[in-house]
Design a protein around this ligand. Sequence first.
Ligand code: PEP
Ligand code: MN
Length: 342
Amino acid sequence: MLVAGPCAAETEAQLMATAGELVAMGVTYFRAGIWKPRTKPGSFEGVGEVGLNWLRQVRQEYGLKVATEVATAEHLNTVRKYDIDAYWIGARTATNPFALQQLANAMTDEDHTVFLKNPVNPDVELWCGAVDRLLSVGVKHLVLVHRGFSIYNSRLYRNTPFWNIAIEMKRRYPTIPLLCDPSHMGGQVSLIEPLSQQALNFGYEGLMVECHANPECALSDRQQQLSPAQLREMLSRLVVRQTKDIPDELDVLRRKIDTIDETLFELLSQRIDVCRQIGKYKQQNNLTLFQNNRYTEVLAHYAAMAEEQGLSPRFAEQLFEQIHTESLRQQHELLNHSPADD
Ligand code: PEP
Ligand code: MN
């Protein structure tokens, strides 16, 4: 599924020009915001209801399905007068349970496609809550849109992806399509393609991409909007991967992974046994459980070893931290038993 179009509808000419370029690119929905949720007042807040006429015109003239953002029941009631095919609920609305519930109440037995962005903050349960509110009023065609999460002082991304959150949503709601919005995630043109490809590699069902006939003149989100030519080129390069297993080859490799993982577990369990013996020794000799010198040495040793073996040192450190924390926990548990218990 490809949802593409400008951040905002600005003028009739801008909207028609953009749609005219996108029609041949296999766009499933043409998107344009009519009411724009801006962080600070004073910037362009959308053209309002007049833009819905232009969206309807895009629909009639180019045969494209059209989508816009709704944040309140009032928006929804207005949008319903204009043959709009799909609505999206923005990240800020998805973050607010009151707003979401009010919108959901106005969407009872909703037949139109509803795109739900992730909430602004990286909270799986909050995103699930929004999904559940919409499903429970009978929204029939729900689509999730992963647009990244707002983090203070984020350097590279406008909104940090935290892919694991979207993957967890896919695990919980396997039948709900999941799209990636690389535009609001990346915040700059150079990141749109790598983020899109990464989402496709993970098996996302599609993309929502901002595209403007003339990005340098855009009234909002100027740095992240692709020109139609840039979008066309990106689409020609993106590789869509098979989501189905290729039975034999993949099965053999998975079997290998399973065997390795089982061995890892066995070794971890042996390691814990030794740790408990050490714990007993420390207890008998009244030694502290945590020995900083030893810990620092071992951590550095594994980070260096990881590098030699083609693993990331950071990964090795994190893994070892986890293992060490569990060892300490086990040894601590020993201390809480009186020796007579053993
Ligand atoms: C948008 O899609 O134009 C938008 C405002 O997105 P988000 O809610 O993800 O910030
Ligand atoms: Mn935008």
